[in-house]
Structure formats: C-alpha cells, structure tokens
Design a protein around this ligand. Structure first.
Ligand SMILES: C[S@@+](CC[C@H](N)C(=O)[O-])C[C@H]1O[C@@H](n2cnc3c(N)ncnc32)[C@H](O)[C@@H]1O
Length: 239
C-alpha cells in the first residue's frame, strides 16, 4: 500500500468528535472518499467492531455518534491513539490487541457492525478474516471493508514506469531477499500482500456474506491512480 501520511490517518480532532456527537460524521475505509451513511443504518447503541482499525480515527467517531465500540488492532501503539482520543473526549471505547485473523476474544454473534479499513494487505491470507468476521457478526449485521485493488501489487515498485511485474497473489515475503527484508523491517516497514479479487470478493461470498454495496477510491500520490481506482470498499451482510 505504501501510503504517505494523509489527514485521514491522523487521530480525529475535538471538533470532529463534537460534530459526531451532533450527528455530523463520516469515516474513511478506502481513501478520502467517505463511507456512504446509508451503509451504517442507525448505529446508536449498536455493537461495533473496528477491525485492524487502531490510530484514533474510526473508533472515536463511531463512539461519539452513539455506538458501543471495540477497536481491535495488532499494534498497541495504534490502539493507544484510540485510548488517548477516548480519554481526551470522554468517550467510552474498548481496545483489544491481537491479530485480525484471530477473533477468538469474541463469541459468535457479538457485533451488529464491523468496520475494516484497508489493512488486510498486511496478512498473507484474507480468507480466515472473512470467516471470523462472519462468525462474530449477528444475523443482519454488516461488514464494511476497504481493500487494495490487486493491480497495485502487480505493478513494478518504481512509480515511473507502469510495468506489470509481480504475480497476484503477491507477497513481499516471496519477492524480497533476506537482506532486503531485514532492511525493510529495520526501516519500520511491514510486509504486504496483494490478494486476488477471488480472495477479496469471492472470499467474502464463500464465508456466507452477501455483498450489498461497492465503491472505488483512489490512492493519492501514485501515478497509476490517474488511470484506475486503486482502492475499493464493499458492504457485506450476514443473512
Ligand atoms: C492503514 S491502518 C488502517 C487503520 C487506521 N485507523 C486508518 O484508517 O488509517 C492499518 C492498521 O492495521 C493494523 N494491522 C496490521 N497488521 C495487523 C494484523 N495482523 N492484525 C491486526 N491489525 C493489524 C495496523 O497496526 C494499522 O493500525
């Protein structure tokens, strides 16, 4: 994904939280395009899981809008941003630290809504994520998920030449040498994986979800984004 810092990756401000308390809010799962409000329904008092969603963005806004929010992330540093905003703004919000493919902290049918910003590019296989999301949703519950168009990972790393170079599914692990991986980790990089559309869309359907909404977004700062949308989001419902 290799995203440069943008305003939507910073913790939300006091003004945004205050507006959310008054019903004026938006969250972002795939680029700077807000998730359509119609995708949420009434979220007041609903149980919401913000999955791989630390950083103080989606969780605090949904809590201020009246939902009962659990923010789940592998990174305690990211979760601490949510706790900081919650404390600063006097919001009730829980945080849970674990891998997004392991939702064993939650029993079946715990949540009415799951919001999942672009993050499954950090796990080697997206399919277990969809199965776990299905399990912890209540019937009629919805999963709103942002994803990377696999084309982005098929392109050569240089943004200058738009050359298709990598096989999809793509894995940083497979395409980097041991030395490159070491350097990448030393610079604070995370391994990324480019999933096929079969796994991103077909995987949700295979898990039993029904896709009811779709939009594309663009990835700022990449030349390819002038040609084709490089992110997309789906709304999927557990029947
Ligand atoms: C691009 S951020 C998305 C969330 C952020 N609120 C945003 O909107 O930018 C990706 C998140 O996924 C988390 N993450 C990466 N690998 C993970 C894993 N295996 N399990 C759970 N969370 C993970 C990161 O710590 C990060 O908070």
């Amino acid at each position: 994904m290799r995203e440069a810092q943008n305003p939507h990756t910073l913790p939300v401000t006091a003004e945004q939280v205050e507006a959310a308390r008054n019903g004026e809010w938006a969250i972002y799962l795939a680029s700077a395009k807000p998730v359509p409000r119609a995708w949420f329904g009434d979220i007041v008092a609903k149980d919401v899981l913000c999955l791989a969603s630390g950083g103080g963005q989606q969780g605090p806004i949904l809590a201020a809008a009246g939902a009962s929010v659990t923010v789940f992330d592998l990174s305690d540093e990211q979760l601490s941003r949510d706790r900081e905003v919650a404390e600063r703004e006097n919001l009730a919000l829980q945080t849970v630290q674990d891998d997004m493919t392991n939702l064993s902290a939650f029993s079946d049918g715990t949540f009415d809504l799951i919001v999942h910003p672009v993050a499954n590019c950090f796990i080697p296989d997206a399919k277990p994520l969809w199965r776990e999301a299905f399990r912890v949703l209540r019937p009629q519950g919805a999963l709103l998920a942002g994803m990377v168009n696999p084309l982005l990972y098929a392109l050569a790393d240089s943004d200058e030449a738009l050359v298709l170079e990598h096989l999809i599914p793509y894995s940083d692990y497979a395409s980097m040498s041991k030395v490159e991986r070491h350097k990448h980790f030393a610079e604070g990089g995370a391994l990324e994986f480019g999933h096929s559309l079969q796994d991103l869309i077909g995987g949700q359907l295979d898990a039993g979800l029904i896709i009811t909404g779709f939009y594309e977004g663009s990835f700022d700062g990449r030349r390819v984004s002038d040609i084709i949308a490089t992110l997309f989001a789906t709304r999927a419902v557990k029947p």
